[in-house]
Design a protein around this ligand. Structure first.
Ligand SMILES: *[C@@H]1O[C@H](CO)[C@@H](O)[C@H](O)[C@H]1NC(C)=O
Ligand SMILES: *[C@@H]1O[C@H](CO)[C@@H](O)[C@H](O)[C@H]1NC(C)=O
Ligand SMILES: CC(=O)N[C@H]1CO[C@H](CO)[C@@H](O)[C@@H]1O
Length: 777
């Protein structure tokens, strides 16, 4: 394709026709991979081979290190600027194991390697790591040193089988947690991936597993495991598992349905004495419900659990469970975030057990007498009272264990806070994979900022504001951050509130991402205020990190609820500077040809309006009428065929939250077709005007004239930008996500650069003529 055609189609391809104001799901700010790197907002680590094959990540805030488990290797990174001094330990499968894996029909590249899937703290100096070992799971202890040391090596003497502690497959959903010297895992523990279980091993006690006679788990996808204390009595501590299951249809009909679950076991479960020997005696599970009422009374269910984040409060002991779900439907793809209180989960586990008389029967609440100690209750002071000597699950009567075996499911589901999701996202271009939540104190209250990792390597920073009376929260998408250059699904996400950082992993590698960068929103109070970012406030001179201080505080301007700068920024002197005086730039278009007036508001949520003042009428500005010839796009105003009557001063304004701003003011002058011929003589006339610049003979003129028209002669920085965009490749940026950043030279094609320079110097020459001179030609 010739450059001219490419330039135009590329430009037009990126334009989307915009109607009024885009919906609330549109991010207010989009930052590309390069934007993030150049502003030091993110730092990416891809390892020495350009891809880690990442499967596990452990953020160790005590040691200030990030441990990574990849393909045949482990890494240790020190938290700080741009990953100084990374450490690597190679850990390939045992000799011969790779070949055996291939012989058994597994894929040599994607499966027959040692993918590290477990990284858990073992003690003060060691980590426990387990890998798939090319379908022969293996565990080892890794020396990481004391706090302050930066060592990483594998203890060869500690190598042992990892069966039950690590899945065979590199990518099957899997959850693990390390509690009291023992590893709890939710996984399928066999080569074929059929034997699903919850397993505990590694301590002094015999290993404990799910009873395989009973089908306690139906094709589970384990998402997360964590110890959550029920109360201050540690004897009552439980490990909770969050997972999805595909169960036989609950009404006894044909087919299977997907449901999400919270399950739990007692930390002090020791199994039974005669029944359930070395099997869990305390396992119970309940349904996690996340649905919205649809018109007509039906419910839309989000049944597939994608990720869970536990938000631990500063005070109090139990976390809030923030869970990301997706729909199972092949037709309708939607995502929802539901929040659960532990108190509601406990209530369901204390409620009726689900019971049915046989596989053909409906489920109902168990109405008979529940034996004592109640199944699912951990042995503790409560069960070990005088006359009731139940100090261990081994002391539990057979009757209790039999009941536990046959009634692992609770009858009632766990309903989310307020009975509905805090966030529902449909019609998304991407899928959502990971969730992290930060509770942020702002001037006018506390806000939960939700970070969502997508399957295209980006992170959405979102708030769900609960408005006064209405049941439906207002969604505010603060930022969309393209963390990875290529669109790899985000598989890991951890937050360090201490460092105000997010650690984001995909199979390629990891990125450290600042939670906020307030100056990105702009240098005016109104911009800071419109951003509605609870991390940021206007401090009188710039947009900076908001820090609540207990003492007497300076007035900080921030309005998360309404984003109303008219109220907040009244009398901020910078405003006049920033918004009052928008200089008028002169641009030129040629008659009968297309011309583009660019206006890119900082926020895609703003409604853009164009006004025109014609030179002769002197009256008030008129709103520009659009039709097939004059089209308003997301990037600006496109004249398909310029008329001499289009000349005039065009003002691009935005309206956001009732706040109107002028973004650009362009004086469009129309060069008549006759004038243009003398400015750029036609091919045969090249020799006659050698003084017109060296560019005239090559390359052909037509294309750069197009560029000049599209950018406007006078708009030099734009030329740079177009050159970069057109010849130097978008480097992983999607059309529409492009934002002007001027001089980011990376990976440009040499030829492209040369052409770009020529165009630029030519334009500069044209620009140095006064408009009058141009007119005179
Ligand atoms: C980013 O960090 C580097 C190294 O710390 C520093 O040299 C550079 O000036 C920073 N850039 C910006 C835009 O802050
Ligand atoms: C951690 O465990 C390893 C292996 O059991 C042991 O060699 C080491 O001394 C332990 N470190 C500490 C600080 O207890
Ligand atoms: C530079 C220039 O004049 N380009 C085109 C403008 O439009 C006319 C008619 O559509 C074309 O003939 C020119 O090539």
């Amino acid at each position: 394709m010739a450059p001219s055609a490419w330039a135009i189609c590329c430009l037009l391809g990126g334009l989307q026709l915009s109607g009024g104001s885009p919906g609330p799901g549109v991010p207010r700010l989009r930052l590309s991979y390069r934007d993030l790197l150049s502003a030091n907002r993110s730092a990416v680590f891809l390892g020495p081979r350009g891809s880690l094959g990442l499967r596990a990540m452990y953020l160790d805030e005590y040691r200030d290190r990030l441990f990574l488990g990849g393909r045949d290797a482990l890494y240790s990174l020190r938290l700080g600027q741009a990953w100084p001094d990374p450490r690597e330990v190679l850990w390939p499968p045992r000799p011969g194991q790779r070949e055996e894996c291939v012989r058994k029909g597994r894929d040599p590249v994607t499966e027959c390697a040692n993918f590290i899937r477990v990284l858990q703290p073992h003690n003060r100096t060691h980590l426990l790591a387990c890998g798939t070992g090319a379908f022969q799971p293996t565990c080892a202890l890794i020396t990481v040193g004391h706090r302050g040391e930066h060592v990483l090596h594998l203890e060869p003497s500690s190598l042992e089988s990892g069966r039950g502690r690590c899945p065979h497959e590199p990518s099957r959903p899997f959850a693990s947690t390390f509690v009291g010297g023992e590893l709890y895992t939710g996984l399928t523990a066999d080569f074929l991936g059929r034997e699903a279980m919850i397993f505990r091993s590694g301590g002094h006690r015999p290993a404990l597993r799910s009873d395989s006679d009973q089908s306690l788990l139906h094709d589970p996808r384990f998402i997360m495991a964590a110890r959550i204390p029920d109360n201050s009595d540690h004897a009552d501590d439980k490990v909770y598992f969050f997972f999805s299951e595909t169960v036989p249809s609950p009404d006894g009909g044909p087919g299977r349905v997907t449901v999400s679950r919270v399950g739990r076991v007692c930390v002090n479960d020791a199994g039974g004495q005669r029944v359930l020997v070395n099997r869990w005696s305390s396992f119970l599970k309940a349904r996690l419900l996340c649905s919205v009422p649809s018109p007509g009374g039906a419910e839309t269910h989000f049944d597939q659990l994608e990720d869970v984040f536990l938000l631990w409060p500063k005070v109090g002991k139990s976390p809030e469970v923030h869970a990301l779900f997706s729909t199972v439907s092949a037709v309708f793809r939607g995502f929802a975030v539901c929040v659960y209180h532990m108190a509601d989960i406990w209530e369901v586990f204390n409620g009726p057990f689900a019971h049915r008389d046989g596989p053909q029967y409906q489920w109902g609440p168990f109405g008979g007498k529940v034996p004592f100690p109640r199944p699912g209750v951990c042995p503790s002071k409560m069960t070990a009272q005088p006359g009731r000597p139940f100090g261990s699950t081994k002391d539990y009567p057979d009757e209790v264990l039999q009941f536990a075996r046959t009634h692992p499911l609770m009858f009632r589901p766990v309903r989310p806070r307020r009975g509905r999701p805090v966030l529902v996202k449909t019609h998304l271009a991407q899928q959502l994979r990971q969730i992290v939540v930060d509770r942020v104190e702002a001037e006018d209250g506390t806000y939960d900022v939700i970070f969502l990792g997508t399957d295209s390597g980006s992170v959405l920073k979102v708030m769900a504001l609960q408005a006064g009376g209405s049941a439906e929260p207002e969604e505010v998408v603060l930022e969309e951050l393209q963390v990875f250059k290529v669109p790899a699904p985000i598989t890991e996400m951890e937050i360090s509130v201490k460092r105000q950082m997010l650690y984001v992993g995909s199979q390629l590698g990891v990125a450290q991402l600042r939670l906020h960068q307030c100056e990105t929103y702009g240098s005016a109070c109104a911009e800071c205020c419109l951003a509605r970012d609870p991390y940021c406030a206007w401090d009188g001179t710039s947009c900076t990190r908001y820090r609540p201080s207990p003492g007497k505080r300076r007035f900080r301007r921030q309005d998360i609820r309404h984003g109303n700068p008219a109220l907040q920024c009244l009398g901020q002197s910078q405003e006049d500077e920033a918004w009052g005086l928008v200089a008028t730039t002169t641009v030129y278009g040629t008659e009968h040809n297309s011309t583009f007036l660019e206006c890119q508001p900082r926020s895609p949520q703003a409604a853009v309006r164009w006004f025109l003042q014609r030179p002769e009428d002197g009256g008030p500005d008129q709103q520009v009428k659009t039709d097939e010839r004059v089209v308003q796009t997301e990037q600006g105003l496109l004249f398909r065929r310029l008329s001499r009557l289009d000349a005039g001063t065009y003002t691009c304004t935005t309206l956001e939250h009732g706040f109107s701003q002028t973004i650009v003011r362009l004086a469009l002058e129309v060069i008549l077709a006759t004038q243009l011929d003398s400015l750029f003589p036609r091919e045969p006339r090249v020799e006659q005007s050698p003084a017109r610049g060296s560019l005239a003979s090559s390359p052909p003129k037509a294309w750069y004239k197009d560029i000049l028209q599209l950018t406007g002669f006078a708009n030099l920085p734009r030329v740079d930008e177009y050159c970069e965009r057109v010849w130097c490749g978008g480097l992983g940026e999607r059309p529409g996500s492009f934002r002007s950043r001027g001089k980011q030279a990376k990976g440009k094609s040499w030829a492209g650069l040369e052409l770009g320079k020529k165009v630029k110097s030519r334009v500069q020459a044209e620009r140095n003529r006064t408009p009058r001179e141009v007119e005179a030609m």
